[in-house]
Design a protein around this ligand. Structure first.
Ligand code: TNX
Length: 529
């Protein structure tokens, strides 16, 4: 009896397996679930554990294997996947919303149910967070592995929860990208937008235009050696992401941000324009028309960080043949429905030319079976139904898209850009939009912070990271973590569930897991780590 009193005084209960169990609490979770209720006792993960899959879906097996793999290293348990009488049940329930899941934990059984395998995968992420942080260890840790009893019901606020990685300014290897995928999956993000091309580098092999990577792929910011993904590499990333229910969104940024392509192929450059009133090319009163037909020179490779100086020739047919080839080859490698066409900061493209280009490129994307996403400026053109405008800078552009009946992807630079410095002392990063401390990254809302945007207008939420100053995995992690968790929670949880003080405690709990996984995150002074 005194043991019970002691246990209660310590805020723990004694489970049927007679081991101390801390109750199921929200502190363990990030992003925060819709509802968590605890009951006494817990489920002990031991050598009796087995995973049973209920329902028919090839993807269900992937979820079971993922769970077993994540549990194995720290516990040493090789949890089998069984056909019946398992005590960890992953159940597909037809007719339920795809990403909604329910977890029921009692002393003799753990059950996750959902309308889809992706929903079960989300539930598995939550389940892993109910175990002690040491579950993250890659080596065996002695101890009891008890999942506290209770019920969790959860469902995301937004269907598109994304991260964007700029692999153009600095190239990131397949391994580095896979590592980022592993981390965003844990935060229940389900899209990875790869910014594959920019002025400083072209990072995806296009077989019909080989010089893009032979020339345009060689450099990166600062003049160091660039790199590119072969089509096989890209397909490997697509498959790796899909195993964690993440869809890749490829971006080919155009018509601006194209210097690497312009350096690779002279014919994509704008022709020679006669400056107004410049008659220097007139001979004996006649214009020398030869100059108009002359092929432009290829651009020089560029390794600085200025933006807005490059443009495709929007008036040449070859440009659209090129875009068609690129979109066709990349779409064939991309099972996901979206193709990002960039469209930002085309400062040297005439407004009418820009509009003409964006309208034509949307048609090309559509002809290859994909839906276009583009940075917010694309809303100055006529958008096809379904085209998504990614709000990063100008609210009026977001409103232009909404007026056209199109949705917006929410990534405001002053809250959601992970390359913005935390404060003036941050060793890397930029601050053109803001300094963004962790609390600032957390304390905003896609709907209530923007009077012109309603919930129905929102396609999703994305956290971009631009890599002008970010050269390797350590830099990437230092800038992305912990803020990416703040954006992931904004994408996942309704505003009514979000609270900074509470988040600060929960992020500290995640920090222990990041420490074990070797993620070098920024230890924000706003949090007691
Ligand atoms: C603006 S965001 C850009 C990028 C830069 C970024 C740096 C956007 C659509 N364009 O080209 O990398 O700022 O923060």
């Amino acid at each position: 009896k005194s043991l019970w009193i002691l246990a209660l005084a310590l805020g723990v209960t004694v489970s049927s397996c007679q081991k101390a169990v801390s109750p199921l609490t929200e502190v363990s979770f990030l992003p925060i679930p819709l509802s968590v209720s605890s009951s006494s006792g817990g489920f002990e993960l031991d050598s009796d554990a087995s995973i049973q899959l209920v329902g028919a879906s090839g993807d269900l097996k992937k979820v079971g294997e993922y769970l077993a793999q994540k549990i194995q290293p720290a516990t040493g348990l090789e949890i089998p996947i069984v056909a019946e009488s398992g005590n960890i049940i992953l159940e597909l329930k037809t007719g339920e919303p795809a990403e909604k899941y329910l977890i029921d934990i009692s002393s003799d059984q753990v059950k996750i149910s959902s309308g889809s395998a992706s929903g079960l995968f989300l539930g598995v992420q939550t389940l892993l967070q109910t175990l002690p942080a040491e579950i993250e260890s890659t080596e065996k840790v002695a101890g009891d592995w008890i999942i506290p009893s209770g019920t969790i019901v959860d469902e995301p606020e937004y269907a598109y929860r994304g991260a964007m990685l700029d692999v153009a300014r600095h190239f990131f290897s397949v391994e580095e990208v896979k590592h980022y995928i592993d981390e965003i999956a844990r935060l229940k993000m389900n899209y990875l937008h790869l910014h594959l091309t920019d002025d400083q580098g072209w990072r995806i092999e296009i077989k019909s235009w080989p010089k893009l990577t032979e020339i345009g792929g060689q450099t990166e910011v600062g003049g160091t050696e660039g790199g590119f993904y072969t089509q096989e590499d890209y397909a490997e990333l697509v498959a790796y992401a899909a195993d964690q229910f993440i869809t890749i969104v490829p971006e080919i940024d155009m018509p601006g941000h194209t210097n690497a392509a312009l350096a690779s192929y002279a014919e994509l450059n704008p022709g020679v324009n006669l400056p107004d009133g410049d008659f220097s090319t007139m001979t004996e009163g006649k214009i020398d028309f030869d100059i108009l037909d002359k092929e432009p020179e290829p651009a020089e490779l560029y390794t600085g960080i200025e933006v807005g100086f490059s443009t495709f020739a929007t008036d040449k047919e070859i440009t659209y043949e090129f875009v068609d080839d690129v979109v066709r080859e990349l779409s064939a490698l991309t099972p996901g429905p979206y193709f990002h066409i960039g469209g930002d900061e085309s400062h040297v493209t005439e407004k009418d030319d820009y509009i003409f280009f964006i309208e034509r490129v949307q048609e090309i994307v559509k002809s290859h079976g994909k839906t276009s996403i583009g940075w917010d400026e694309i809303a100055t053109a006529e958008l096809l139904p379904g085209t998504v405008s990614q709000f990063w800078a100008k609210e009026e552009n977001a409103e232009l898209a909404i007026e056209q009946g199109n949705q917006v992807l929410i990534s405001p630079a002053k809250y959601a850009y992970l390359d913005m410095q935390y404060d003036s002392t941050t060793r890397i990063g930029l601050h053109w939009a803001a300094y963004i401390e962790l609390d600032a990254a957390y304390d905003w809302d896609p709907v209530s912070s923007y009077p012109g945007i309603t919930k129905a207008d929102i396609f999703g939420v994305e956290a971009p990271i631009w890599t002008e100053t970010i050269t390797d995995r350590a830099d990437l992690e230092y800038m992305a973590f912990p803020r990416i968790a703040a954006i992931a929670e904004i994408a996942w949880a309704p505003e009514s569930k979000r609270n900074w003080d509470d988040f600060a405690k929960r992020i500290s709990a995640q920090g222990k897991r990041w420490d074990i996984r070797g993620i070098g995150y920024y230890k924000s002074p706003k949090v007691e780590w």
